[in-house]
Ligand binder design. Structure first.
Ligand code: FES
Length: 220
């Protein structure tokens, strides 16, 4: 793939972006985890200031970024495409896994993947390292499944143990690539990369719909 644009985030993380591709999409496809949540221009987690170069800000309803912020040089990395050969960004939220971050990335191994009902499977994972967070309502993991983008999010079914055990309940959705992969292909012993676990921030709320999991949204 021809990475015709270069992005430097927080003077520390450098990666390429093919012409016309969205910055966050390119980062995640290369295993570079940047702050984000909705990927749909509504949460503002991916907001960053452009300190060098220019971007096409793309689509926005104005929920996560104001016209004034755009005029001041901010963009949403989930919508913006680089226009200049090199673009430097400074994120508003900390980089996942870095200091002050509520996100932990880790690898995990499948311990158990068993059916509870014809539609729901219980998936138990063993993280490769101890979990460094206190689980709160709304905590979720983001799963990087082979060949699937964007990553899929699943709410935690139980409070994770300090030893790194994580339990999820995964419902099969008709035609769903991720739930289909988990139901049909994922086996005990399989390894998965690029997992994230994130808890809610103080300025967010969790909405729970029985049978449909939790949804974390920014508070106004
Ligand atoms: S990830 Fe939510 S606005 Fe970009």
């Amino acid at each position: 793939m021809n990475m015709s644009r270069t992005i430097l985030v927080n003077e520390a993380i450098r990666f390429g972006v093919p012409e016309g591709e969205i910055i966050l999409d390119a980062a995640l496809s290369q295993g570079v985890v940047l702050p984000h949540q909705c990927r749909g221009a509504s949460c503002g987690m991916c907001k960053a200031r452009v300190t060098q170069g220019t971007v096409d800000n793309g689509w926005s309803l104005g929920l996560a970024i104001s016209d004034q912020e755009i005029a001041e040089g901010f963009c949403l990395m989930c919508q913006a495409r680089p226009l200049s050969e090199e673009v430097h960004l400074r994120t508003v939220q900390p980089i996942p896994g870095g200091e002050g971050s509520a996100v932990q990335s880790f690898e995990a191994r499948v311990l158990c993947n068993t059916p509870l009902t014809p539609r729901v499977r219980r998936l138990v994972l063993q993280a490769s390292e101890p979990l460094r967070f206190e689980a709160q309502a709304g905590a979720y993991v983001e799963l990087a499944l082979p060949g699937l983008s964007p990553h899929r999010r699943y709410s935690l079914a139980t409070v994770p143990s300090s030893t790194g055990l994580i339990e999820l309940l995964v419902a099969r959705h008709p035609g769903g690539a991720a739930s289909g992969h988990i139901h049909d292909l994922l086996q005990p012993g399989d390894s998965l990369n690029g997992w994230q676990l994130r808890t809610i921030h103080e300025d967010e709320a969790v909405f729970h719909a029985p049978g449909h999991g939790d949804r974390t949204l920014p508070l106004p």
